[in-house]
Design a protein around this ligand. Structure first.
Ligand SMILES: Cc1cc2nc3c(=O)[nH]c(=O)nc-3n(C[C@H](O)[C@H](O)[C@H](O)COP(=O)(O)OP(=O)(O)OC[C@H]3O[C@@H](n4cnc5c(N)ncnc54)[C@H](O)[C@@H]3O)c2cc1C
Length: 400
């Protein structure tokens, strides 16, 4: 289904399709939700971007993310994409450097590939997909159904549906008109930025280079297509002082005495809104929220894709029940499930990111990790989801 088809019929109603659910945002969370829900029900997956598209992300798919894909029968993704297995983390802070072995199971995979792959799988299972359309949920207190407005530069229409799943990510605004879903952004929150640069010689495949500075950090990893992904979380003031995100990232590489990848100066940078944010409500009448749209801590531990996939997976049975028959208690069920599944992980990641803002704490942590490899192995396994995967495999308990 294309935007042109929708435009030519002038109205969604004329398409004579009644979607059981509409998913806003076809990133990791939304596309994976569509994979789970397509089949028996009519699902519409919408995104404002064109695909494949790059997005600000460290592109490290951890073991927990991969095991969610495997459980959905999508384990072939690694072979199809030639994703590079991650073996080591090279952590820098000024002249201090530490090399930490990563547990097996993590891979570097571009978001161009991952997101387009998930969309393809959802469509092959029967979901309708439209890109280039921006959606907004409209407040309709007197209606039992949910109304969303969809628009492109020269087009605007409304659609009613039984269920909306909001997966519009960190930069999403599709719920802005509904007071219940207000977002709280932390005052001194950093922002994210990133770029993909042409290949260079000096960085090893399978190694994550993390350069840290009191005003932010930059990660670099080789992708399956030979290019490098760069992703950073930066203090706004620092970025301004340096002359923008690219200059700030360059300053952090220099602070850590890591050479710049070739093509760095020509790279096109993308940015995000403030990173550390939270929504009190992740469910409302016929609306569920998943992925980064629920809130986000800083990305130091690189778990966001796993959280996005696992929230989509955990929502699936509830969304099926809600499409069959909406019940008001579904709101409380998702609110609780989401908190149990993701809430504690967000808190832990936020705590780590904040303690690392203190250079002394960071250097001490590096020293301890280097001197006690067993401790570092266990900690990294926990952070990369390797332990969680083992637990899930042994208990088969994935829905909180
Ligand atoms: C600097 C940085 C580094 C990171 N590194 C890692 C890492 O190494 N590993 C990891 O696991 N995670 C990492 N993350 C986190 C990860 O990128 C996110 O957690 C993940 O992409 C969340 O997926 P999502 O589907 O919720 O949102 P997204 O992937 O952002 O998808 C949201 C989609 O919604 C669409 N959209 C938005 N608004 C609308 C609208 N109104 N209508 C229609 N479509 C809309 C957007 O176009 C987008 O395609 C990092 C994040 C940052 C910022």
């Amino acid at each position: 289904m294309t935007v042109e088809l929708i435009k030519s019929t002038r109205s969604f109603a004329q398409l004579q399709i009644v979607w059981d659910a509409i998913i806003i945002g076809a990133g990791a969370a939304g596309a994976f939700a569509a994979v789970h829900l397509a089949g028996g029900k009519k699902i519409l997956l919408l995104d404002k971007s064109q695909f494949p598209r790059a997005k600000v992300c460290g592109c490290c798919l951890n073991a927990s993310a991969y095991s969610a894909l495997e459980r959905a029968g999508l384990g072939e993704i690694l072979e199809e994409s030639d994703a590079l297995p991650l073996t080591t983390l090279e952590l820098h802070h000024g002249s201090t450097e530490s090399l930490i072995n990563l547990p097996a199971g993590g891979h570097a995979l571009s978001r161009n590939f991952l997101d387009a792959f998930l969309i393809r799988k959802a469509v092959s299972k029967g979901a309708d997909f439209v890109c280039g359309l921006t959606a907004k949920v409209l407040p309709q207190p007197d209606s039992d159904l949910v109304t969303i407005e969809v628009s492109a530069s020269d087009f605007c229409a409304t659609i009613e549906t039984n269920l909306v799943i909001v997966a519009d990510g960190l930069n999403g605004h599709s719920l802005d008109r509904i007071e219940r879903f207000a977002v709280h952004v932390e005052k001194d929150a950093r922002f994210g930025c990133g770029a993909i640069v042409g290949g260079a010689e000096s960085f090893e495949n399978g190694r994550v280079y993390m350069c840290c500075h009191p005003a932010g950090y930059v990660g670099l990893v080789a992708l399956e297509d030979g290019r490098y992904d760069i992703a950073a979380a930066l203090d706004k003031e620092f970025s301004k002082e340096c002359g923008g995100p690219a200059k700030a990232a360059e300053a952090i590489f220099a602070h850590c005495q890591v050479s710049l990848p070739s093509g760095f100066s020509e790279a096109v940078w993308q940015g995000t809104e403030a990173l550390t944010r939270k929504r009190d409500h992740v469910a409302g009448h016929r609306i569920f929220v998943i992925g980064d749209a629920c809130g986000y801590p800083e990305p130091f531990t690189g778990e966001g894709i796993a959280w996005a996939l696992r929230s989509a997976e955990a929502l699936a049975p509830l969304a099926q029940a809600a499409m069959d028959q909406w019940r008001q208690e579904h709101v409380a069920v998702w609110q609780r499930r989401h908190y149990n599944l993701i809430g504690a992980r967000h808190k832990r990641s936020k705590l780590i990111a904040y303690s690392l803002r203190n250079g002394v704490v960071f250097k001490a942590a590096l020293t301890v990790l280097t001197k006690f490899p067993l401790l570092s192995k266990n900690l990294v396994a926990k952070l990369t989801g390797a332990q969680a995967v083992n637990r899930i495999k042994s208990s088969e308990e994935i829905h909180c």
